[in-house]
Structure formats: C-alpha cells, structure tokens
Design a protein around this ligand. Structure first.
Ligand SMILES: [Mn+2]
Length: 336
C-alpha cells in the first residue's frame, strides 16, 4: 500500500526545479512499486509538465500524490500554472514556434498515463492538468485515448481573470471536450464560466441533455454562459455534440470542411432551450475546432493544412494567432 508515501509539491520556475521534481517523481514511483520502465515514463511526464509550465506561464506548481482505488495503487500528477504567460500580448505577437510547445508533451502524456484531464483553473486564469498512472492496469484503466488535444485560452487584454473556460475529461473509454464562455468578461463572466465548468466536471458521466439542464440550473444566479460539449467514443468512430449559444465548431478532413451543426440560441443559466444532440461521424485524420467568439470566424482549415502532421497544440496556437480578438476572452480547443 502507498500509505507510507507522502504527497509532495514543488513550485516550478526554473530548470533546476524541473530536474528536482523529476527526481522526486522517480523516487516516489519507486516507493509506490512501479517497475523501472514505468518509473522512466512517469519521470518523463513530470518533466514535460514542468517544462511546459516554464515555457507557457513562467511559474506553476507540480503536485505528486499517491492514490489508491479499490484494487490498485497509483500516482496522481497535477500541474497548475497561473496563466500569466497567456496575458502577455506582446510576447505572443512574436508568433509561435512549432518546436517544443505544450503539444509535444500533451500527446506523450496522453499515451503514457492511464487518466488525463485538462481543466481551466478556478483562480484568475491558467490551466490545471491532472493525470494518473495505476500500478496494475485493470479493465477500467487499461484503455488509452487515441485522440490528441490542443488548447489555448487567455483573458481579454487588460483583464486578469478569464471569462472563458474549457474542459477535457476522460471517462471510461470516452473523452468529453468543452468550451464555455461566460457572458461578457471580467470577474462576473469568470464566475459564471467557473460554475458551469465545475458542474460539467462533476457530472461528466451524465447525458449531454442532463448536463445542459444542470448547468442551466447551476448558473441561474450568475450572468450565464454559452457552451458547447462534444463526447468522443474512443472505439466508435463518432462523437456526440450539443451547443447553446455562439461557440463556433467545425470539423475538417482532407480538404473538406464540415460545419453543419445545429446551434440553439440562448444563454445557459437563463432558461436556455435544450440543445439538439447530434451524433456525428469521426474518421481518422479528422480535426475538430471549438472556439469562443474571442477567435474570429474568419479563418479556414485550408490555411493550416501545412500543420496537419503537427500536434493539436501547434494547430490551436496557430489558429489563435491568426484569428484572435484582443477585446474579448479567447479560447480554442483542437481535437484530432
Ligand atoms: Mn466572449
């Protein structure tokens, strides 16, 4: 059992701390009972997450916690950044680099860990990544997600808090992906988006219809949100989609752009109409983009085909840089 192994956290702001947390993770994995190969994988994941914190936000926290479920022990790794890097508009105007971005790490982490969720932080802005590796894979934990995800999210220029939110959560062989935009911007928008994101996270195993109904109730005393959710079944070759309000969605496959999704007008939290749930085809090579209105609709998949073989994160950042509006919170999620 892991009861004798204590949880540890470390503030990450330089490469010496990346090396230090990597070493701590390896030692903790050893104490939990992971074999040498898995210890290497865990330390790779921790080092990717820590390096990403420095690249994207300059500063953040990595927490390592021994966990146990009914039958097995495991290790939970949490990475939180304060998102301050996302506020620096001038830095972002320099363009983006296709090497060593968050994307390389996210793809690898997704393959190496049994559970992997990416969430907007409740505080101000920033990202929280939670992943787990179990000691003995059982049927619940054995599957690995075949999808790759990219995310870019930052507040309106001059705001400290982000009125947008997002979620990527793996649930028993499926991934729930969502973009949430709190009405307006600033603290009240942030609060509404947080309430919605929190509800979705807590009820991710409910039907999309029930989730929307629940968020409508939960957000009643807030400004309300617009929201789009997609659920990808890892084995089925399809995804379910539901949306209320103006979150943009489009799917691209080999030069073909498909964007016929039914959108309901309304604000979730203000007696929104129920969304129409659609089941959509999903083929290998498809890419999906979900974004808030802080990214203009004047971009085309055709202009990004040279990035087809890059990680989803690179595509998310490229589209963001091409189409972002400084006067609104902006969030884009790419799934491929
Ligand atoms: Mn907006």
């Amino acid at each position: 059992m892991t009861s004798h192994v204590e949880s540890q956290f470390m503030v990450i702001s330089n490469s010496a701390e990346v090396i230090a947390i990597r070493r701590i993770a390896k030692e903790m994995a050893h104490n939990i009972g992971f074999d040498e190969c898995t210890r290497e994988e865990i330390s790779l994941v921790v080092s990717e997450l820590a390096s990403n914190i420095i690249k994207h936000a300059q500063r953040g926290i990595i927490t390592l916690t021994p966990v146990c479920s009914e039958q097995c022990d495991g290790l939970m790794i949490e990475a939180e950044d304060d998102g301050e890097g996302f506020n620096e508009f001038t830095a972002m105007k320099d363009g983006f680099s296709t090497s060593g971005t968050l994307g390389m790490g996210l793809g690898a982490i997704n393959r190496l860990m049994d559970e992997f969720d990416i969430l907007a932080r409740e505080e101000l802005s920033g990202t929280r990544i939670v992943c787990k590796r179990w000691l003995n894979d059982n049927s619940n934990h054995g599957q690995h997600c075949p999808l790759d995800f990219g995310i870019f999210s930052r507040p309106k220029q001059s705001e400290v808090v982000n009125g947008d939110s997002f979620i990527i959560k793996h649930i028993r062989g499926a991934s729930l992906v969502g973009v949430i935009d709190g009405v307006g911007h600033g603290v009240l928008a942030h609060q509404a988006a947080n309430v919605a994101r929190h509800y979705v996270e807590q009820h991710c195993e409910s039907s999309l219809l029930d989730i929307f109904k629940g968020v409508d109730r939960a957000c009643h005393s807030t400004r309300g949100v617009v929201m789009a959710l997609a659920v990808f079944d890892w084995t089925k070759g399809s995804f379910r989609y539901a949306s209320v309000g103006n979150i943009e969605v489009s799917v691209f496959n080999n030069s073909r752009e498909k964007s016929k999704f039914i959108v309901r007008r309304g604000i979730v939290g203000k007696h929104a109409p129920s969304p129409v749930i659609t089941e959509n085809e999903w083929h290998s090579g498809d890419s999906l983009a979900l974004h808030s209105d802080g990214i203009s609709t004047h971009w085309h998949w055709q202009d990004f085909t040279h990035l087809n073989n890059y990680p989803a994160q690179v595509i998310a950042e490229a589209i963001y840089h091409a189409a972002q509006k400084e006067h609104d919170d902006a969030t884009i999620v790419i799934v491929k």
